[in-house]
Design a protein around this ligand. Structure first.
Ligand SMILES: NC(=O)c1ccc[n+]([C@@H]2O[C@H](COP(=O)([O-])OP(=O)(O)OC[C@H]3O[C@@H](n4cnc5c(N)ncnc54)[C@H](O)[C@@H]3O)[C@@H](O)[C@H]2O)c1
Ligand SMILES: [Zn+2]
Ligand SMILES: [Zn+2]
Length: 369
């Protein structure tokens, strides 16, 4: 029986946008937690699903950068207790080979459990309206709501005084950019990195790169204000894709050698292809930006033979219990100035927040509930 009524942003159908309305939350399963949501970041994946570009059962409730306070825990939950502050991230099965090997972002059931299923693994939805199940369990949370029934594996406990409305985006966009640099590129002293796209993910990669021994960080965007911010956050060089040729500029900046690592966040195939072409021998390009399903990119095979890698990335390949608290500590210490990316909106302004995100005015909108 549903036990809690709450206000949620419901997407009725593809392209219909977000409308606030009452929904009912199901009783907690033993491994679930009811969280009072305090803040939720908006990520491009929410917009992609709302637009119908990614499959998800609609009507449904999205939101996967939630932050809040634990109200009640299921009988088997050991990770948190009522009153704890938590950040929410993706879920995983915890049992498959990739989960056991420390790579839960590559969990065998990652896609249905986080993105496309809209249901718990047992096939039920934690959210309903007038007795009809809605698409829910988005990244184990569906946090565009006053309260959420959250999978225990989506929850990361943070300090009792953690600023939830600042830290909410750690669970997806920030973790992804930071993980690209720390977990995949792991740059050596003196390395040169290229970050294409200076949005939420790209700027997180720049901030993460500044905390490594990479000595050169080149950021690319076509919005000059974002390039200014990239320099403030640690980029040593910037390229305005609107007026400069990316390949030529990188060749010039690196004396013809190329870059050791790329973090591609634009999702633009031409940018990806050009960025791969800037790799030095033994360099690695991390593909983060997500174009439409079925998109392909041509790669010169003989170019790859000189030890070059092209690797895709989900959620920074992060084990959330390890990375999210570390990021929270770095933010608190002023070493990862996340506040420069965040703009706050009230929950009722979700439409405006989305509009500002799409127009490029806001880098990372965070809703206050
Ligand atoms: N793989 C994952 O796990 C994962 C996680 C989070 C986000 N994403 C994806 O990562 C991408 C980036 O997310 P975000 O939140 O940072 O988005 P964003 O829109 O904030 O950033 C993208 C940036 O790229 C710039 N850009 C776009 N086209 C360009 C071009 N042709 N040349 C130069 N710059 C260009 C934009 O101006 C913008 O600043 C999205 O595709 C998102 O869906 C993937
Ligand atoms: Zn996301
Ligand atoms: Zn798994």
């Amino acid at each position: 029986m549903p036990i809690t009524r709450t206000r949620a942003a419901v997407v009725e159908s593809a392209g219909a946008g977000f409308s606030l309305g009452e929904v009912s939350l199901d009783e907690l399963r033993p491994d679930e937690i009811r969280v009072r949501i305090v803040a939720a970041g908006i990520c491009h994946t929410d917009l992609g699903v709302a637009a119908g570009a990614l499959p998800f059962p609609l009507p449904g409730v999205l939101g996967h950068e939630g932050a809040g306070v634990v109200e009640e825990v299921g009988a088997a939950v050991t990770r948190v207790a009522a009153g704890d502050r938590v950040l929410l991230s993706y879920t995983s099965c915890g049992r498959c080979a990739h989960c056991r090997d420390g790579h839960p972002a590559y969990c065998e059931t990652w896609l249905p459990d986080n993105l496309t299923g809209g249901r718990r693994p047992d096939g039920t939805s934690p959210i309903s309206r007038d007795g009809t199940p809605l698409g829910g369990h988005f990244f184990g949370q569906s946090s565009f709501a006053g309260h959420a029934v959250v999978d225990e594996r989506s929850v990361v406990k943070v300090a009792a005084d953690a600023p939830l409305d600042l830290l909410a985006p750690l669970g997806c966009g920030v973790m992804t950019g930071a993980g690209a640099v720390w977990h995949v590129l792991a740059p050596r002293p003196g390395a040169t990195l290229l970050v294409t796209g200076a949005g939420a993910v790209g700027l997180s990669a720049v901030m993460a790169a500044r905390l490594t021994p990479a000595s050169r960080i080149i950021a690319v965007d076509r919005v000059p204000a974002r390039l200014d911010l990239a320099r403030e956050l640690g980029a040593t060089d910037t390229v305005d894709a609107g007026s400069e040729d990316l390949a030529e500029t990188v060749t010039k900046l690196t004396g013809g050698r190329g870059v050791d690592g790329v973090v591609e966040t634009t999702g633009n195939v031409d940018v990806l292809r050009t960025a791969i072409g800037t790799l030095a021998a033994c360099g690695t390009a991390v593909v983060v930006g997500a174009p439409a399903f079925g998109t392909e990119v041509p790669v010169d095979v003989n170019f790859l033979l000189r030890g070059r890698h092209v690797v895709g990335l989900t959620m920074g390949d992060a084990e959330t219990q390890a990375l999210v608290p570390t990021l929270a500590e770095l933010v608190a210490a002023g070493r990862f100035p996340l506040e420069k990316l965040v703009t706050h909106y009230e929950f009722g302004q979700i439409g405006q927040a989305v509009e500002d995100m799409v127009s490029g005015k806001t880098i990372k909108p965070v809703l206050r509930l």
